[in-house]
Write a protein that binds this ligand. Structure first.
Ligand code: ATP
Ligand code: MG
Length: 429
């Protein structure tokens, strides 16, 4: 394979840890390159997330060479040829070059090879089949660089066959289109996606979640979601997630306020359904308990709708009350953003920004008295303590959390006095 281009040395390529890994492999004569996403993103000048390396050496030999150089290695997927090197706290996934013998979804039967082209040919997209040596020599067997430059997301080989081999690639096509595509999506791929979409339900929820969550964080997620709906794809995945207008508004608000995109929040926005629909979506995507709880809290209409009118008005007192009742600053921010997405009409971004900042007040919203204070002022042990505390709290909330400890104690004493008076008048009556 000839060198297609030169990548200027990137800090993660020339980092001592990376060089140590490559040196260890080279010491045993093992040819190695950076592959996949890190090469693609570095070429575009985007931040690189995880570093994948491919090599000729079989996994046992990779382990031996790295351990010999004092590098810790974990046999993360040794049966499929993958080990993870931990060098200076950084993980490097190192996979032996493979060729497919038989393909059936995720469990393709593979054989190790020493042919770089065979390994590149089993990758899904041309832009994901790039590889690069530590000195920056780029290899591009399927025209990935031209496709990247044109914003063209294209399969390696025939789209239909590649999706038949692993239907997850159908979702990966749209995920990558959302992040790297420009203009009309590849017509051959779109036709294959339409045709094979009925096979999507055979995928595991975890794999679908992985792709849809990454898709949802893209700046143009709403447009791509709409595209997928139009192609009859979403009905096979999440029939309850069709509110792309709301998703679009959420994305615009997040962009304007420079809020980090969050896939669970974006999923909540696109779900045009109530609690049962959200429960179904959470199950279909095998969300974690934490994600599921956040999603359900965000689609509960009463809370979001209660906050919606506050967004333009920026009523700080009502916002503080909502924050206190939720007791969760993160969820408060999520709900405000979802409420802003639900809100029809022009948004006052300054008011929304101020409303979001109310979340910082949560640590200060603590009722300044507790049950033992009430015992000290003579309220008898028993249900009266809780009852009085709740009444003081309701008053303290209505007073916008301003009353201090002394004022709260005075209020409690007043309630106690009134109670005694009531009892006395009850006796005398
Ligand atoms: P990201 O930066 O989002 O992680 P990535 O390109 O690293 O993007 P991964 O899902 O981590 O994507 O996969 C790493 C590489 O493995 C891809 O670049 C691609 O070459 C290959 N790959 C992953 N999944 C598939 C698949 N289902 N079919 C074919 N090749 C795949
Ligand atoms: Mg990756």
């Amino acid at each position: 394979m000839t060198v297609a281009a030169r990548l200027s040395p990137q800090p993660w390529m020339t980092a001592p840890e990376s060089l140590a890994v490559f040196d260890a492999l080279a010491s045993g004569g093992a040819d190695a390159r950076f592959v996949g996403g890190c090469v693609r993103d570095a070429w575009l000048g985007r931040p690189v997330k995880d570093i994948d390396i491919a090599t000729h050496a079989p996994p046992e030999r990779v382990m031996e060479l790295l351990e010999g150089a004092g590098i810790r290695v974990i046999p993360t997927g040794i049966a499929h040829g993958t080990v993870t090197a931990l060098c200076g706290g950084k993980p490097y996934e190192i996979t032996t070059l493979r060729r497919d013998v038989e393909t059936f979804g995720r469990h393709a039967r593979v054989e190790f090879t020493d042919d770089w082209i065979e390994d590149a040919a089993r990758r899904d997209l041309t832009m994901n089949a790039l590889s690069c040596t530590p000195d920056g020599s780029m290899f591009d067997p399927f025209g990935g660089l031209a496709d990247l430059a044109a914003g063209r997301v294209r399969f390696v080989g025939e789209a239909r066959r590649r999706i038949e081999e692993d239907v997850l690639r159908l979702l990966r096509f749209f995920r990558f289109h959302a992040h790297y595509g420009r203009g009309e999506p590849d017509a051959e791929a779109m036709a294959a996606c339409r045709e094979l979409a009925p096979r999507l339900p055979t995928l595991s929820g975890e794999r679908v979640r992985g792709e849809l969550f990454r898709l949802l964080t893209a700046p143009c997620a709403a447009a791509v979601w709409r595209l997928m709906m139009g192609q009859g794809i979403m009905v096979h995945l999440l029939p309850e997630a069709m509110d792309t207008d709301r998703l679009e508004r959420l994305i615009a608000v997040e962009r304007d306020l420079v809020v980090t995109p969050d896939p669970t929040r974006r999923l909540a926005a696109v779900l045009d359904s109530d609690r049962p629909g959200a429960v179904r979506a959470a199950e279909a995507l095998r969300l974690s308990n934490h994600e599921r709880d956040r999603l359900l809290a965000m689609v509960e209409p009463p809370v979001a709708l209660a906050l919606a009118p506050l967004v333009p008005a920026g009523d700080r007192k009502a916002l503080r009350q909502a924050l206190y009742r939720l007791g969760d600053a993160e969820l408060f921010g999520d709900l405000l953003l979802v409420a802003a997405a639900i809100h029809d009409g022009p948004l006052d971004l300054t008011a929304l920004r101020r409303a979001l900042a109310v979340a910082d007040e949560l640590p200060g919203l603590k009722l300044p008295i507790a049950g033992r204070d009430l015992l000290e002022i003579g309220i008898p042990r028993g249900p009266a303590v809780g009852g009085t505390l709740r009444r003081v709290e309701a008053w303290w909330i209505a007073e916008d959390f301003r009353p201090d400890r002394d004022a709260c104690l005075e209020m409690a004493r007043g309630l106690l006095d009134r109670e005694i008076e009531d009892q006395a008048s009850g006796r005398s009556a």
